[in-house]
Design a binder for this molecule. Structure first.
Ligand SMILES: [Zn+2]
Length: 583
């Protein structure tokens, strides 16, 4: 790798060249003062040699050390080899034998939603009314007067007296902040008195069609609980976030990504109701973060399919942008979700014999989806479509096969979730090279109740990562954050154990679909990179690639599977810069 070292005026000059043609050349001029950044004495799982979809990975190479300059990896090797890259301005980090690996790439997040959710109050685990009120009061202390307290996820059924909360519980704790916190199912919410006042809801306000304003039977005053359509009375007066609040949310989301070792995300950009009409405001803010230097995670923006023409008209195709922010992919929806029985199946739901779920409007009829896929694809835009039920997945495979024709794999069409499969469709993923963009955490979460919805036989081919790999499908991992936590180690844990969250399947729910640690890490790094046409830039530790590296508290290969979820990220390095370090 390193060809010559000479010294001129006491400064070490390194000349490097790389054999592999697909790796970026690093200009030698930048190296006259050594590498910017060197990691020594580590146990580096490199992910190399890179294995493409359908290839059996060879024994993964390990290394001790790594050198980087100008954001990219110069060399990976043993300590003595890499020490030669240390110059007067090199930041050297001694890993003291710790396990390091390429940064995680989450291939499916809703970054703005997740980020705002971090600023909201989470009442999911409140075991009582008193704790519910206390958490809201604590949140109020952190916010300026006038700022809304949002969030929720509460469930009064989990409280001792199982009664709906009232505004009286929280009014005294939130005199200056309007509050609207939703029940976990979204069918009801609690407003405080200030929020009701801003919404103009009084004892005389009639309940709207399809909704209920709950009144105190004694006083006749609204209790603050609004059900179904009545929620709009308050929701419509909640202001859109200001630019400053938007920035605060994104900064909070970036901090979370650094904390859990996510160095790249493939982000389902906003669809609709933002101050200036959708994804543009998000992309502008990310771009500003890039320019101002506080973007610490790389973004591959996947914008709504309904607006593919906006990208096409601007000449934007996949991969356009920088190392930090890329555009040129769109996302559509073929169906709904398993939980709400709206995922689209060939056969009826096991617990609802009259229902097979349904296609979403974009897929109704499928010719509509096909036209959008064809148009976007012709413009060089990558396609990612949410499909969960076996019928929705099969219809999407048909569409992709027709649009992609003989060279379908070149297009890297994506199916997001690919949750419940017909057995015969796995091989089509492989043949068409369709990216199976999957979220391992969903298996241990939904696995608690999925069999009730679809029965044992269909559950056998659900969240079926092993079957996807065996079929030669490109497998990429992510979370769907905030639907699941952003922490990738929980996903790796889920992939390796398939132990459902209720503790009922300690040996694994359909254990034949479990992955090895090596397979799970690959899907979460190089697999996700491939899903965004970025495998030459990231996903493994190799010369020429971006210097995105994380250090773990322990080696996951030497950790008992059930303990993988307890591992933490002790250091996050993005572009050869330490952006997070545990004290
Ligand atoms: Zn999603």
């Amino acid at each position: 790798m390193r060809q010559s070292i000479s010294t001129a005026g006491g400064v070490i000059i390194l000349a490097v060249s790389f054999a592999a043609s697909n790796q970026a050349q690093v200009s030698t001029g930048h190296l006259s003062r050594g590498a910017d950044f060197v990691l020594l004495h580590g146990h580096l799982w490199t992910g190399e040699p890179y294995a493409g979809p359908g290839e059996k990975p060879a024994q993964t190479r390990y290394a001790e050390a790594l050198a980087a300059a100008n954001g990219r990896i110069l060399a990976v090797g043993d300590d003595s080899e890499i020490s030669a890259y240390i110059g007067p301005n090199t930041q050297v980090v001694d890993l003291q034998g710790r396990f390091a690996m390429p940064g995680f790439i989450d291939d499916h997040v809703h970054f703005v939603d997740g980020s705002f959710q971090l600023l909201e109050v989470d009442l999911k685990h409140a075991p009582s009314e008193a704790e519910f009120a206390r958490l809201i009061g604590e949140k109020a202390k952190t916010l300026p007067a006038g700022r809304w307290i949002l969030g929720g996820n509460w469930d009064e059924e989990a409280w001792p007296d199982a009664e709906l909360p009232t505004r009286g519980l929280i009014d005294a704790l939130t005199p200056n902040n309007p509050v609207y916190v939703s029940r976990y199912d979204g069918h009801a919410g609690l407003a405080n008195s200030l929020a009701l006042k801003l919404a103009g809801v009084t004892r005389d306000t009639p309940s709207p069609v399809g909704g209920v304003i709950v009144h105190d039977p004694k006083t006749g005053e609204p209790t603050g609980i609004l059900k179904d359509a009545a929620q709009d009375l308050v929701l419509r007066v909640i202001p859109n976030p200001s630019e400053r609040e938007f920035e605060e949310a994104i900064r909070t989301g970036l901090a979370e990504a650094r904390r859990v070792g996510v160095t790249s995300v493939e982000d389902m950009a906003l669809g609709g109701d933002t101050p200036d009409g959708g994804f543009a405001s998000e992309i502008r803010l990310l771009r500003r973060a890039e320019i101002e230097g506080w973007l610490t995670c790389r973004f591959y923006e996947i914008t709504p399919i309904e607006q593919w023409q906006r990208l096409a008209e601007a000449g934007i195709s996949h991969g356009m942008g920088s190392d930090w922010l890329q555009l040129g992919a769109v996302k559509g929806f073929a169906d709904g979700s398993l939980g709400s029985r709206t995922a689209w199946f060939f056969d009826p739901y096991t617990d609802d014999a009259s229902n097979r779920g349904m296609p979403l409007p974009m897929m109704h009829p499928p010719a509509k989806m096909e036209a959008a896929v064809r148009g976007a694809d012709a413009a060089g835009i990558q396609l990612a479509v949410h499909a969960i039920g076996d019928r929705a997945i099969a219809e999407m495979l048909d569409i992709y096969a027709r649009v992609g024709g003989a060279d379908a794999p070149v297009h890297r069409f994506r199916i997001e979730h690919a949750q419940h499969m017909r057995p015969e469709d796995f091989k089509r993923f492989g043949q068409l090279g369709i990216v199976a963009s999957m979220q391992p955490y969903h298996a241990i979460d939904d696995g608690r109740w999925a069999e009730k919805r679809i029965g044992h036989e269909r559950a056998r081919y659900s969240y079926a990562w092993r079957s996807m790999l065996e079929a030669g499908a490109p497998l990429a991992f992510g979370t769907d954050w905030p639907v699941a936590p952003l922490n990738p180690l929980l996903g790796v844990y889920a992939a390796v154990t398939r132990a459902t969250l209720d503790g009922k399947h300690p040996e694994g729910w359909f254990p034949e679909q479990r992955l090895t640690v090596d397979e799970a890490l690959r899907a979460y790094t190089q697999g996700s990179a491939y899903a965004a046409f970025q495998e030459h830039d990231k996903g493994t530790l190799a010369p020429g690639k971006l210097a995105d590296v994380i250090v773990l508290s322990d080696d996951p290969f030497k950790t008992a599977p059930e303990k993988i979820r307890d591992l933490t990220v002790t250091m996050t390095i993005v572009g050869g810069r330490v952006v997070q370090q545990m004290p």
